[in-house]
Design a binder for this molecule. Structure first.
Ligand code: SF4
Length: 237
């Protein structure tokens, strides 16, 4: 299967059909279409267990890609390893070209504050971009209920690279946690401390009252996305 080239009408029709399916049905569709050219990325954050469990159920043994920027919480690494063991996941770790020490020496000790877009570009976008060249479909856990620019996300997004697939797009936080409870999945250790979204240590705090699920990410900077979900040019509607 080569990379998709959709007309606007075909993409809209497909999205309409997939919107009517449940998350497992959307994943099954993606697996049938892309086979081993389908990749799943996970940040192993709070609520991440639901999609990981679905992936392990629909596509057992298939790899899960995790970006280790060098700034990841120890709690995330522990949670990641626990989920890998629990679900029998095949973990693939993507790393930046420069490890943390060399990166900070080159760009400055507070680059994540002074230029977070550059920091995310080097530590997140570039390693993922390199990995995506081997895939035609890319599954991730984006949900409309995460708010902000994610509020209008379709099931499928056609890009200049792989087609993005969002099986949980219409799930609420309540749906995620109900699924995890029903399957007795562990939760990220920081969730009980109020973290509802967890990225890198310097750029993550628990959201304040009234802030959205991702309100504690790059707080006060105006930045809301690392760029992983926005760097690929989209095609069609
Ligand atoms: S989230 Fe923060 S520390 Fe992580 S790559 Fe982006 S700017 Fe750097």
């Amino acid at each position: 299967m080569a990379r998709d080239v959709f007309s606007d009408g075909a993409l809209a029709a497909l999205n309409g059909a997939l919107e009517a399916r449940d998350a497992a049905g959307r994943l099954g569709w993606a697996l049938a279409r892309y086979g081993d050219r389908l990749l799943l990325t996970s940040a192993f954050g709070p609520g991440g267990g639901a999609l990981l469990h679905l992936w392990a159920t629909v596509n057992p043994g298939a790899p899960v890609y995790f970006l280790d920027t060098g700034f990841i919480f120890e709690e995330t690494l522990r949670y990641r390893d626990a989920m890998v063991a629990r679900l029998g996941l095949t973990l693939k770790v993507l790393t930046p070209t420069l490890e943390k020490g060399a990166f900070l020496s080159k760009y400055g000790l507070t680059v994540y504050q002074d230029n977070p877009d550059l920091c995310c570009e080097k530590n997140k976008v570039e390693p993922l971009d390199a990995a995506l060249s081997g895939f035609d479909g890319w599954v991730s856990g984006l949900r409309r209920s995460q708010g902000g620019a994610r509020g209008e996300t379709p099931v499928l997004v056609a890009t200049e690279g792989p087609t993005k697939v969002h099986p949980l797009v219409d799930w609420s936080p309540r749906d995620v946690y109900a699924y995890q409870k029903a399957h007795d999945l562990p939760e990220h250790p920081l969730f009980e401390q109020g973290y509802t979204s967890v990225g890198c240590v310097p750029c993550t705090r628990p959201p304040l009252e009234g802030e959205g699920e991702r309100g504690g990410r790059w707080a006060g900077s105006g930045k809301t996305e690392c760029g992983l979900h926005t760097f690929l040019k989209t095609r069609g509607a």
